[in-house]
Design a protein around this ligand. Structure first.
Ligand code: G
Ligand code: G
Ligand code: MN
Ligand code: NA
Length: 254
């Protein structure tokens, strides 16, 4: 009993989709610096749907572009709310290849930013290594234009794709997120540790902020902090939170 394209179209129209926010920490200062927005769908008859259901459904029915604009709209609205609370947090959004290739992107992006009266500097766009496969030239044009508008670019799930080095060479990223498959094995697996430390060095040489994702234990946290990782994310630090619990959780910190 999986949802259909019609269900998703209704979900988008009725605002059944929402974002949860996973806090992102500065490992040196032990401080929250922002969050990653993660998509959820409260489907009326089926319950809570995760991206594993939503994304493939949207891809099959060419709804990824519309879906991504909705995610970005929710993200900008959230940034505006945090701003009004006096919080200086960044928000990371996962953007797919289909969105980067879509027509009229810059115009729509500019109008979204001005509608919510936020700074695009607070927005971090996460792309994966496979995002630009096939049309690096055009993707470079779009990503460069977004960066010129102030957005920061993050290369997500780094280390498990195909064309990592070529992309790092040809495109400028502000942030590198090391895939959690290396992070989760960093203590017991010397090869995973060697890879995680080498990617950190590579990222710093290219003047990127390097993020460890999927930190699940205090031992991993200590090791990554000592190694010099800039930022961290993971269940041990904080789980993805709803808008309301994120606000409570932040108040609790200070
Ligand atoms: O939140 P969760 O761990 O279930 O996310 C699973 C996968 O879905 C991750 O790879 C994440 O990057 C992706 N994902 C989560 N939210 C979004 C979204 O808003 N847009 C896109 N394109 N992918 C997302
Ligand atoms: O591909 P991406 O990095 O965007 O994936 C984000 C996904 O990773 C989210 O679905 C989130 O729930 C999940 N995630 C975040 N922290 C952890 C963690 O510590 N362990 C595991 N297994 N998953 C995590
Ligand atoms: Mn991500
Ligand atoms: Na990731």
């Amino acid at each position: 009993n999986t949802p259909t394209a019609e269900d998703l179209a209704r979900g988008l129209a009725e605002e059944e989709l929402f974002l949860v926010y996973q806090p992102k920490f500065d490992l040196k200062l032990n401080r929250v610096v922002g969050a990653e927005a993660l998509l959820r769908w409260q489907e009326p008859s089926r319950g809570l749907m995760s991206p594993d259901i939503i994304i493939p459904l949207a891809e099959r029915h060419e709804m990824m572009v519309e879906l991504t604009w909705q995610v970005l709209t929710l993200a900008c609205r959230q940034l505006q709310r945090w701003r009004r609370l006096g919080w200086n947090l960044s928000l990371s959004v996962n953007v797919p290849a289909a969105w980067i290739r879509s027509a009229g992107l810059f115009e729509a992006f500019d109008s979204l930013i001005s509608r919510y009266d936020i700074s695009s500097h607070d927005l971090i766009l996460e792309v994966t290594e496979s995002t630009t496969l096939g049309c690096l030239g055009y993707a470079k044009h779009i990503l460069t234009g977004l960066r010129q508008r102030g957005c920061r670019l993050s290369l997500d799930d780094f280390g498990i794709g195909y064309s990592s080095m070529m992309q790092l060479h040809r495109l400028t990223f502000d942030e590198l997120k090391v895939d959690r498959s290396f992070i989760s094995r960093i203590e017991q697996d010397k090869r995973a540790e060697a890879i995680a430390l080498s990617i950190l060095d590579l990222g710093h040489r290219l003047e990127m902020v390097v993020v460890a994702e999927g930190i699940e234990t205090p031992e991993q946290h200590a090791l990554l902090k000592a190694a010099g990782y800039d930022l961290g994310q993971g269940f041990w630090l904080a789980r993805p939170l709803t808008e309301e619990s994120f606000v409570h959780w932040c108040h609790h910190l200070v």
